[in-house]
Design a protein around this ligand. Sequence first.
Ligand code: ADP
Ligand code: TYD
Length: 215
Amino acid sequence: MTADSKRGLFITFEGIDGSGKSTQCRLLADALQAEGHDVVLTREPGGSPGAEEIRRLVLEGDPDRWSAETELLLFMAARRDHLERTIEPALAAGKVVICDRFADSTRMYQGLSRGDLRAAVDQMHKLMITREPDLTLLIDMDPAEGLARAKGRQGKEERFEDFGVELQEKMRAGFLALAQEFAHRFRVVDGARSQGDVATDVRQLADAALKGARA
Ligand code: ADP
Ligand code: TYD
């Protein structure tokens, strides 16, 4: 059975770099698809052609390439395009949208880490985005371990990873606080276990949300 044809279901994954979000998004999307759900797997920044172009601007290059304010505008522009072109149409068609990071990442990274911009983030979100997920899975784990995993990947997208382990510590605490602030939609999953064990918890939480969407 698929999610309610009018409502769809919007699931986001959040957490520090290297916590296993992308891995778990993929495993959940595969599992739900195999059961016949209509699934859209997407990510931020990115998820639409325009937003993927902005992704390159924000994730590659010098950590000081943008001011905190300019960076916030770029992330918001990317999200608005992603929402218009990918997320809202899929939800309107009753699909399950699984998104690797969303607005909670902006609340953390731009709102907390690079300046005290949380009020600006909230105002812009209210003005330009408004959409909140039905379920947010916070993959929680030790920042040093997460960073070691993230550094193990080869790539050019290191603007944020270059901020180092103190930033990741602050982000972990911030995400846990956010999970309390939005307790109705957040669920915290212990990410410091095997991929299979994490996936089992993720699956149970997604199933509960799917049942809720059909009720
Ligand atoms: P994120 O999207 O949160 O940055 P990824 O899913 O890309 O994390 O995982 C980061 C790295 O850690 C990848 O190389 C991935 O294969 C590995 N990884 C993911 N989950 C686990 C796990 N539970 N245990 C060990 N390694 C993992
Ligand atoms: P991502 O590709 O998910 O990185 P990772 O797989 O290492 O977790 O995201 C790239 C970076 O972008 C990540 O360090 C967090 C940052 N980011 C923001 O700063 N603000 C945002 O709104 C989003 C969506 C991501």
